[in-house]
Design a protein around this ligand. Structure first.
Ligand code: IMP
Length: 425
């Protein structure tokens, strides 16, 4: 069975943990979009591992991970991550494959990301990793791909053109010094030699694997509300973080995907700017942030926190076609006396049940809440649904009813063992 795991909120839903559980039943793990803006945290045997570009399921021995064509790769960041994981005993030599069609991030992308963000009237709060500008080049058809890096002549020419172009922008728009073509060429040629053993034709690799009956797990990065098309545009990332992105970003047809699992936190968080209807405005922000350790795995920025928003999650379930959902961080709500769930929005006298496409409406509207009793009991030791306090069971059942899909997995803590399957995927 081939499964896609996606974030059904604004990212950081705890996908790493869910993927870790699912990896046992998988052979090949695939990242299909985004870049090292992502940070998937997995805690195994008391040790914390953070994955940025490499599929997090590689924590399990014998698995193979593919960085698909839809990913944008900063070679320096990837090599660093490989080194870091290798030093901690994770096999990256054989296990990491890179699609030759993936696009490369260059220092000029990063510089542009920071400069554009600074000069923008409404900041997006990007991670500053060069993700957006790299995807801009991909769409503008001047991007440089891994296959180009492996061909010294093509690479030298493409890089030369890009550096000329970007230096014009740096000088004319930002009065910034130009970047050195020679320096970049030498640096990236060094990366090419080190990455070459990992490079594959991603499409062939996956189709061959499927022919052999291997099971694939597609790891979505970020979340649906950060999706370029379906998120809170323009406060989004520059790729398709939704399940459809798995097809274009890996080179498999929709018919190859058998299951889509949406991951939600028992509450909501978001990093960066943009509307967030259920955001806390009181001391709850600090309480949940501290209890949930809500600080970005990539940038360390404090995450904005709020109540569970069923409008957001329903939108995600539609767009992704989720068969089931995994609910993470239930334990973070253990001490709450009352828990609010947003069931709709109100815009003046108008009730809104569908996620608004218009950012103005989204910024203006107020959430309509339903209050549910908290359980005020620790849930971290529960090993099945029936062991959860009755009020926690009611809360989860209410989420299922509001979202119209079954819960397949519940996580009640950061440790590997603090997660249990509820039904089928
Ligand atoms: P970019 O992806 O760096 O361009 O940032 C665009 C928006 O997506 C910003 O609001 C970021 O904070 C957000 N973002 C990017 N990656 C992640 C992630 O992995 N988790 C949560 N938010 C993210």
């Amino acid at each position: 069975m081939n499964i896609v795991v996606i974030g059904a909120q604004w990212g950081d839903e705890g996908k790493g943990k869910v993927i870790d559980v699912l990896s046992e039943e998988t052979d090949i793990l695939i990242r299909y979009q985004g870049g090292h803006n992502a940070g998937h945290t997995v805690i195994a045997d008391g040790q914390e591992f953070i994955f940025h570009l490499i599929p997090s399921g590689l924590l399990h021995r014998g698995k193979v991970g593919l960085i698909g064509n839809g990913v944008v790769i900063d070679p320096e960041a990837l090599l660093e991550e490989m080194q870091r994981l290798s030093a901690r005993g994770i096999d990256v030599t054989q296990a990491v494959k890179i699609s030759d069609q993936a696009h490369l991030i260059f220092p000029y992308h990063k510089k542009l990301d920071l400069l554009e963000e600074k000069s923008r009237a409404g900041r997006i709060g990007t991670t500053g990793r060069g993700i957006g500008p790299c995807y801009v080049d991909k769409v503008a058809r001047c991007g440089i791909r891994v296959a180009d890096l492996c061909d010294p002549h093509v690479f030298a020419e493409k890089l030369r053109q890009n550096v000329i172009e970007k230096n014009k922008i740096f000088q004319a728009l930002y009065q910034e010094p130009p970047m050195s073509y020679e320096e970049l060429l030498a640096r990236y040629r060094g990366f090419a030699d080190r990455l070459a053993p990992h490079v594959v034709n991603g499409v062939r690799f996956l189709h061959e694997a499927m022919r052999q009956g291997k099971r694939l797990l597609f790891e979505g990065a970020q979340g649906t509300l950060l999706d370029l098309d379906h998120g809170t545009y323009p406060f989004v990332t520059s790729s398709n973080a939704t399940s459809g992105g798995a097809c274009t970003g890996a080179g498999v047809p929709p018919t190859a995907i058998h299951r889509v699992i949406g991951v939600v936190k028992a509450y909501t968080t978001r990093v960066g700017e943009g509307p967030f209807p259920t955001e806390f405005s009181d001391q709850l922000m600090e309480q949940i942030r501290t209890k949930g350790k809500e600080f970005g795995a990539t940038t360390g920025r404090p995450r904005r926190c709020g109540w569970f928003d069923a409008v957001v999650a329903r939108h995600a379930i539609w767009v992704n076609g989720c068969h089931s959902i995994a609910v993470t961080k239930l334990d973070v709500l253990d001490e709450m006396e009352t828990i609010q769930v947003c069931t709709g929005y109100r815009d003046g006298a108008t009730m809104i049940e569908d996620f608004p496409s218009n950012i103005g409406t989204l910024t203006r509207c107020t959430p309509v809440y339903e209050a549910l009793p908290g359980w005020r009991t620790e849930t971290g030791e529960a090993s099945c649904f029936e062991e959860l306090p009755a009020a926690a069971q009611r809360y989860l059942k209410r989420l299922e009813a509001l979202l119209g899909v079954p819960i397949c997995l519940i996580s009640t803590g950061s440790k590997r063992e603090q997660a249990f399957k509820v039904g089928c995927w």
